[in-house]
Ligand binder design. Sequence first.
Ligand SMILES: NC(=O)C1=CN([C@@H]2O[C@H](COP(=O)(O)OP(=O)(O)OC[C@H]3O[C@@H](n4cnc5c(N)ncnc54)[C@H](O)[C@@H]3O)[C@@H](O)[C@H]2O)[C@@H](O)CC1
Ligand SMILES: Nc1ncnc2c1ncn2[C@@H]1O[C@H](COP(=O)(O)OP(=O)(O)O)[C@@H](O)[C@H]1O
Ligand SMILES: [K+]
Length: 515
Amino acid sequence: MQGVWTPDQVRSAEHRLFARVPEPTVMRRAAFAVAVQCARLLTERTGGVAGRRVALLVGAGNNGGDALWAGAFLRRRGAGVTAVLLAPDKAHEAGLEGLRRAGGRAVPAEGANADTAGIGSEAADALERADLVVDGIVGLAARGPLRPVAAELVRRVTVPLVSVDLPSGVDPMTGSVEGPAVSADLTVTFGGLKPCHVLGAGAVRSGEVVVAGVGITEELPEPEFALLDAVEVGEGWPIPGPEDDKYSTGVVGVAAGSATYPGAAVLATGAAVRATAGMVRYAGPAADEVRSAWPEVVATGSVGDAGRVQAWSVGPGIGTGSSGRDVLRFVLESGRPVCADADSITLFAEDDTMWDARDPDAPLVLTPHAGEFARLAGEGPGADRVAAARGIATSCNAFLLLKGNTTVIAAPDGRVLVNDARQAWSATAGSGDVLTGLIGALLAAGVEPLLACGYATHVHSLAAELAAHGKTGDGGRSEAGAPIGASALLAAVPAAVRAVRDTALRTAAPRAAAS
Ligand SMILES: NC(=O)C1=CN([C@@H]2O[C@H](COP(=O)(O)OP(=O)(O)OC[C@H]3O[C@@H](n4cnc5c(N)ncnc54)[C@H](O)[C@@H]3O)[C@@H](O)[C@H]2O)[C@@H](O)CC1
Ligand SMILES: Nc1ncnc2c1ncn2[C@@H]1O[C@H](COP(=O)(O)OP(=O)(O)O)[C@@H](O)[C@H]1O
Ligand SMILES: [K+]
């Protein structure tokens, strides 16, 4: 798992490090890492470093200090470096001195001969001629969007941009963007990932993220939350072994759909079929449609007739009337792990007694989108989606999966996983039904609920990406991609599972050879 740490955790780790290593040494290590990445980008985009022009956007704090020292390193490799100072009186003194000693120069952002936007002519010129821009405007201490002069400078950038620590203007803790902010091609951060690199708009604005340890990593506590990588998903995805049969790999029950919404039943059940090897039972009014789409499914008209299952997926298309309520109550009373989505969430929100129907020891997974979350919580998730998901998971004693481009999954004990989709092809009607089926199947296979949600979400977003790009093994590959429907996403689930399992296999082989 890749950990993510809050700005406060990183600051305390920094202070512990400063007890052993002088602060200027740490700053120069950080700046060197920035310079290395700038040189790489310059070489990729322009063929070299010497003779290229770099503009540094320098704010009042240590983030600007990092940029200034990085500029000094780049100057020594032959680049022409100009620092544009947003607060000339407060610019990091040692960094400024270092840059000047290396032959770089510094100009004020709002200097002489300012243009109508208030930008001095030397600053405007430096930006116009730059091959690369370094954003050292603000780092961990950032509050709110870019101020007007910084925003104007950033607006003028047309060349690759490297952010120091985080893209300025993005909230470090939540990744939210409330006004002008930097969009980086590359962000070099220190010690470990911070929330803004993986959450919401910040994830997009960060571009490629490179973590430089600089000694801080060793001082970090347990991370605030974590991301699963493809290797972990591939290793953990349940597959049948030699001793297995259709029952031992987990029987999942799907209670979804209605006469009005048979599609929800077909999608959720199909996802369960495609996710694991065990048996899938369907119970509900869309039994005929499910049977004809998925002949391998054992389908009945009501949950009472469904037979034994190891876990339930319930909710999509069941409605919020009395029959939906009875279905939800039945599966909750079964004492099995339950993934409750869509209408089930509304039923929980509208009927407090529903909580009493569940066995508190049986895991309950709730998978709301923002609107359903608001129904459940009484208010929307707001900017801090991790805190919002964690709050409801704890108060409801449930696993809470908050959907979106960044999906946040919180366990009742406070653990949190985040999945950054890095694309939005799954923003299509019915794709949530597919996710419900995947989670139910993994719960039935005995995967721990937080991981079941993490694996399912990872495979779901990968399936959307593969389907949109025609990378499912049936030709029509495309780099640009094209919109897909939930059926195409569902059809791509096996390709996504194969992809993560292959990644895990490729990683395991060299490890085995080395040991
Ligand atoms: N102390 C060190 O030696 C190290 C510092 N590091 C760097 O130091 C940074 C943190 O430095 P600082 O604590 O000095 O703070 P910043 O450099 O993040 O902030 C500088 C100033 O900008 C102001 N500011 C806040 N929001 C703003 C906005 N929206 N627009 C413009 N200005 C705004 C803040 O009030 C603060 O005074 C990290 O992000 C990292 O880049 C790291 O290199 C690790 C080592
Ligand atoms: N902009 C987006 N980018 C990436 N994934 C998204 C985006 N919007 C929605 N999704 C994902 O698509 C699925 C939609 O689920 P849901 O809102 O329940 O839709 P439906 O009820 O139509 O099936 C969720 O897994 C969600 O995380
Ligand atoms: K920055």
